[in-house]
Design a binder for this molecule. Sequence first.
Ligand SMILES: Cc1ncc(COP(=O)(O)O)c(C=O)c1O
Ligand SMILES: N[C@@H](CCCC[NH3+])C(=O)O
Length: 433
Amino acid sequence: MPLRYNLEISPKGNLSWEGIDLLDLIEVYGTPLYVMNETMIRENINRFKSSLQKYFGENGLIIYASKAFCTKAMCRIAKEEGIGLDVVSGGELYTALSVNFEPNKIFFHGNNKTYDELEMAVDKGVKIVLDNFDELDMLSLICKTKNKKADVLIRIKPGIEAHTHEFIRTGQIDSKFGVALENGEAFSMVQKVLQKEELNLVGLHCHIGSQIFETAPFKLAARVMLEFMLKLKNELGCEIEILDLGGGFGIKYTAHDEPPRIEKFIEAIAEEVEEFCSLRGLKKPFIVLEPGRSIVGEAGITLYTIGSIKEIPKVRNYASVDGGMTDNPRYALYQARYDAYVVENPLGERTKVYTIAGRCCESGDILIKDIKLPELKTGQHLAILATGAYNYSMSSNYNRFPRPAVVLLKNGQAKVIVKRETYEDLVRNDVEI
Ligand SMILES: Cc1ncc(COP(=O)(O)O)c(C=O)c1O
Ligand SMILES: N[C@@H](CCCC[NH3+])C(=O)O
């Protein structure tokens, strides 16, 4: 099996990435260890940028969905690449602002933003994606109190069910996100925003789900949104500038996954926008896309040390590692599938089926269920692949496990971008009685 994700074999026969022997990396930084590949992150960003540029010229913007992996270093990479940022909390916004990210390229999402978060967004001048009527009222009050204006988009439920796991589907009617097109809900929200002098309606937004493998749902979402824009133009004389179609572009986690290339998604969206706008006489909107997983997912791996190996005859072989659902909760949450290599034996014949378990006090603490690997030995190391998205960002301190460090690789150099947590970090906010 050829190595994926630009992984290679080092002169010592170990797995290597960006010219770095991963066993050497482990010797320096220990395990568990998140490893991110800067070259791949930048390549992915540039694939999105050049594709969008090809079809929309200057009339489009990629905004990285920072929920996938949000650290100062990642925000700085996005800033250097000239893209925007999707944030969904005061914490993500704070991280972005701490590297002086241009506020007007930040889009603030969330279905229940707090007063303080909205205040911070208004003060800094970031774009706010309005989710509901309560938020609209709160934002209007904040703007009036401060005598400031805010640029807003409205999050619409386009009523599309993308074929993905139920928990990561968001565009259908039964969703906590956004306002529905049905019953005129979205229409009356637009009317209400237009009546507010302190709010400047700049765009509409939708997001249909995550890890989507088909281009058709994106085309459908674009069509539904453009129909609504046309209705607003015809009935309210309101021409909306930005159409933000969200993220959700699928990636390859295992050999079975065959996601379309990034270019294919954008080409499909462009075809739909082009056709609709020329046939129906609508001005082509400024297109925003919000990829998260497809920028960082395949550009991350996690390294673990293999501890106990338990072979239960005729049942299952468990190999436990020194991390678990605390650093990657995605099997526990979505029965997510991953692939892995043994760092010391990357191309060894895969002869035995193992379940890779974590060390949390939880039976569901599994990282990979039933994966064929070479015979494993305690003390060897495992690289779980495509863990760059929604791993570090969804990590926890359950069982009081400190979070692993994050190391960023580029051209043979490794840099710590998030330090390993210590026991002292774990008790820092505890108050003794
Ligand atoms: C509003 C919004 N935009 C963008 C994303 C990024 O999605 P993905 O990481 O699948 O590209 C999400 C998460 O699903 C989201 O909720
Ligand atoms: N966190 C999820 C996806 C949700 C994305 C945010 N709306 C995952 O790991 O796949």
